[in-house]
Design a protein around this ligand. Sequence first.
Ligand SMILES: [Zn+2]
Length: 331
Amino acid sequence: MEPWGEPEEDISSGLWALPGLVDGHAHLAQGGVEIRPGDLDGAAALAKMALGAGVGLILDKGWRDLTVVHLIDKVPAAARPEIEAAGVVLTVESGFWEGFGRNVAPGDIGNMAAVAAGEGAGWIKLIGDWPRKGVGPVANFAEEELKEAVAAAREQEARVAVHTMAREVPSMAVRAGVDSIEHGLFLTDDDVEMLGARGGCWVPTVLQMEATIKQLGERSSGGRLLLEGVENVKARLATAVEAGVHVLTGTDLAIGTHQVASEAIRLWELGMAAPAVIEAVSWSGFRATGRPVGFDVGSPANAVLFSEDPVSNPRVLADPAAVIRMGRIVS
Ligand SMILES: [Zn+2]
């Protein structure tokens, strides 16, 4: 029992352990998408619920304010999963929900990325493209600007995530050196090769994409584009993993972080091999963010335990037998 410190009782017999589930694209401040600012108490409650469901690491991909950054300071680490967060998302005029993010003026991306890196907790988030009426998704930033954002973030050891659903933007973002591609419906083989070589992340958020398709209607131009994109995602999942990309499960706004197992199960239903699915919802997220994983003596005493091997039955991910955080059983 040493690997977990000294738990009060032996609860591990006959159980399978993972270091924790990972939500690679969360929005803990959600609930205020429209006009309200993020709600710190609500976000803290969501984080606590996620911990109870076995989530050990949350990568929050930004909001309209710094609610989640404040949450990290206010809620003790033992009472929540580990959290890294982008602060206020960066976009351009007409490049996202009106008034939601911070609009970058031409020529100002380096400064604004530096400010965002200073405010965030390990990440900055750029809205790489956004639909314009009658045109479909259009790039918000030039490749050079993405490069500037990456350079500015690097100076403060922050990582860069880029939201993209357009055809040409994933390739621009990968070439620009970003760390994580959010949605990335139109990643190409060359992109995953390049992204994998540097151990980058891809968070396809398929449940969110399917929800958006439903919202838009399958026969609308946007719906058709996203349907094609989801087909491309299915075709790229295996090659991305082979190339070394950290493919991660992410909930976005489709489901709560505590339900991240559903995204893993959906990836499995879409044809991702079970061992790769387990990587995506756990190990890969810890590795991608430089965290030690494994159950050796001296490793963090964090674990989520299952009554069945999740590799044989990924559905068990939704029903953990026990959760251990910093050496204590939390549920
Ligand atoms: Zn999102």
